[in-house]
Design a protein around this ligand. Sequence first.
Ligand SMILES: [Zn+2]
Length: 238
Amino acid sequence: MYMHELNMTSFTDFAQRVDTVLIPIGMIEAHGPHCSLSTDILIPREFVRRLNPLIGDRVLMAPEIPYGHSFGLAPFAGTIDIPGEVFGAYVFEVAKAYLKQGMQNVVLFNGHGGNMSSLSLVSEKLADHGATVLTINWWVDYRAEIVKYAPVTGHAGEDETSAVLAIDPALVDMRLGVSNHTITTPSNLKMKDMGKQSYPQAYSGHAGAATAEKGEQIYTALLPKIIADIEQMWKYSR
Ligand SMILES: [Zn+2]
């Protein structure tokens, strides 16, 4: 059930039966020259659109948190970078407010790599408040499945670009000539504006190989895995 479709009366009724909230979390960020700045929230939104008919009777689909933190892509046009501490504190307070409204289980459905360290801390804090928390970083958690369809994954790479093409081909401009970029900077280094070196054109992976068909295959393959992870959370839930 989408939160935005409820009123106070129907929410009260729903919250008596359902104790799980899913919060989609993303980022507004440069995704290569070709892919939407909103890629990292468009994809969680699309997963929710497909999950809602399947498990929407057991999960409250909360409105999205579209802004996040990006160290690596902050130097590029279109990135709206929020400090990780501020972002994490905000997500925590949003989720805590759902706990006050009767939710017990929280799914943080994340679409953006730069959010991961903050969300890890948020999930621990929420757990300390008594919640059971499942954090889904879809492109990491299900990579073994994703590479069957889009082998050269990356930031705005074959996987993400395909997933956006499957939503709407108008959100991607494949004429901009993206090909394949491999990150060579050491992953254990941090330097100011190092994203310019790591991602010369604000993408990595084989963006040029993306297709809407691959994106459709990714959504179809991942939905049952996401549902299985949510059902596993319910087994552990207090
Ligand atoms: Zn992304």
